[in-house]
Design a binder for this molecule. Structure first.
Ligand SMILES: Nc1nc2c(ncn2[C@@H]2O[C@H](COP(=O)(O)OP(=O)(O)OP(=O)(O)O)[C@@H](O)[C@H]2O)c(=O)[nH]1
Ligand SMILES: [Mg+2]
Length: 425
């Protein structure tokens, strides 16, 4: 971390939340977003005093909300002795500045708040590096004179070039730091790739989903992994991998990772590439969905959209509706069953439906993957490197006349496999 001032450190502050109800929103949507924002604020240990709404066609250029609303918030701040304003939408750097000047308290947006939580929860070097990168990317366009002190903190003594303004120096320092962090992440990614290669013989299943859906609880239920599962947003910020036996002869590697959330800006998502690599390369995704939340479909869409944005390959995604123990709306359950016929309904916390997940995974593997063998005659060389580009070698041993391979590959590669087999006969 460069300095604490970069993370907003909302701990113990009294916050007013602000959301704009744009005309394209559905009924109840803004309320849901604001409830989530309040949860985020509480996770960041801020106390929420009040929630303020405004209906608008489009954001005000200078203040995001109308001037009258700004005055109203100023009064609320005084009456409630609040010292922080959090907007549900992303503010432009200029809007944040104008609001801050007018309201005389710290003004942050959803992204700033999420970054703050990430910074508070980050424990591994990888998570810390990614968060600092996200913070700096977020900060860069927001650098103004208030960051004049930055050069001293980044250790940029004597870095001020002739004729350069302090602001330009600061921007340059941030950019240098950004490229250093990117390099560090590339190194971490390389190490992980090597580690993943060693696990090549396994099929890989990744838990993904909205934050707080119960991914880590499910990981624990399936593997007794002992990973942290908590009723807070972004409890998990790194990736854990555990072996899971689906039946006595089918091991897979199961991974748990960082959760998704709506309105996550691109640069924040991008900086979590390293952590999400394991999930991106998995063979099957279990999409854990909290069935007890309002607007379930909305959250499902957020996750599926993010998968696309993060360039996940076209894996099979199995929907897993969790927390059915606290859903008593039978109509909702019927609708979910009807609309997601391939889904599994479970309670990870109560260990309900855990075997059903294993069964669905076994079926999906049987449907998608083929395990077969090749006996490659030594006279034709080795098919090793050819195989590795689209298949996983599960077993390989030299026999007297041939090299034996047991391989796993996606059924789309059946033709390739047959061709290879002929060639090495
Ligand atoms: N009632 C109920 N609560 C559950 C169930 N599964 C998980 N929870 C609770 O939901 C909260 C979030 O669970 P986690 O497993 O931490 O969720 P996560 O998806 O890993 O969340 P992040 O890592 O923060 O993204 C915890 O308080 C769990 O106890 C369930 O089946 N029923
Ligand atoms: Mg988790």
């Amino acid at each position: 971390m460069i300095d604490d001032t970069l993370s907003h450190s909302t701990s113990g502050e009294r916050a007013v939340l602000v959301a704009v109800r744009f005309s394209h929103y559905q009924k109840g949507e803004v309320e849901e977003h604001l409830t989530e924002l309040a949860e985020l604020a509480q996770t960041a240990r801020a106390h929420v005093c009040r929630q303020v709404f405004q209906e608008r066609q489009q954001p005000d250029r200078a203040y995001f909300i109308g001037r009258g609303k700004v005055d109203e918030i100023a009064d609320i701040l005084e009456n409630d002795e609040a010292n922080l304003v959090i907007f549900d939408d992303e503010l432009s750097p200029a809007q944040a500045r104008n609001l801050q000047k007018r309201l005389n308290v710290k003004v942050i947006d959803r992204t700033g708040l999420i970054l703050d939580i990430f910074a508070q929860h980050a424990q591994t070097i990888e998570a810390k590096t990614q968060i600092e990168l996200a913070q700096l990317n977020y900060l860069l366009p927001r650098l103004t004179r208030q960051w004049m002190h930055l050069s001293r903190q980044v250790g940029g003594i004597g870095t001020k070039g002739p004729g350069e303004t302090q602001l330009e120096t600061d921007r340059r320092l941030v950019r240098t730091r950004i490229s250093r962090l990117k390099q560090k992440l590339r190194e971490i990614e390389r190490q992980q790739q090597t580690r993943r290669k060693n696990r090549d013989a396994f099929l890989r299943v990744a838990l993904i989903g909205y934050t707080n859906a119960g991914k880590s609880t499910l990981m624990n239920a399936l593997t007794r992994a002992g990973v942290t599962a908590e009723d807070k947003l972004f409890a998990t910020l790194d990736t854990r991998v555990k072996r899971l036996m689906l039946d006595p002869v089918t091991p897979v590697l199961l991974s748990d990772t960082v959760g998704f959330i709506r309105k996550l800006p691109h640069q924040v998502v991008a900086s979590f590439r390293t952590t999400l690599a394991e999930a991106r390369e998995a063979d099957i995704l279990l999409h854990v969905i909290d069935a007890s939340m309002p607007m379930v479909e909305d959250r499902i869409r957020v996750v599926l959209d993010l998968l696309k944005e993060l360039k996940f390959k076209d894996q099979i995604v199995i929907p897993v509706f969790n927390k059915v123990d606290i859903v008593d709306d039978t109509q909702l359950m019927q609708r979910l069953h009807a609309e997601h016929p391939d889904a599994v309904f479970i309670s990870a916390a109560r260990h309900i439906g855990i075997d059903a997940i294993k069964k669905v995974l076994l079926n999906s593997i049987a449907e998608q993957f083929i395990i077969d063998e090749i006996k490659a005659d030594y006279s034709h060389g080795s098919p090793d490197h050819l195989l590795r580009s689209w298949a996983t070698i599960l077993e390989s041993r030299p026999e007297e006349r041939y090299q034996y391979f047991k391989v796993k590959f996606h059924k789309n590669n059946r033709y390739r496999f047959e061709q290879l087999k002929k060639r090495f006969l």
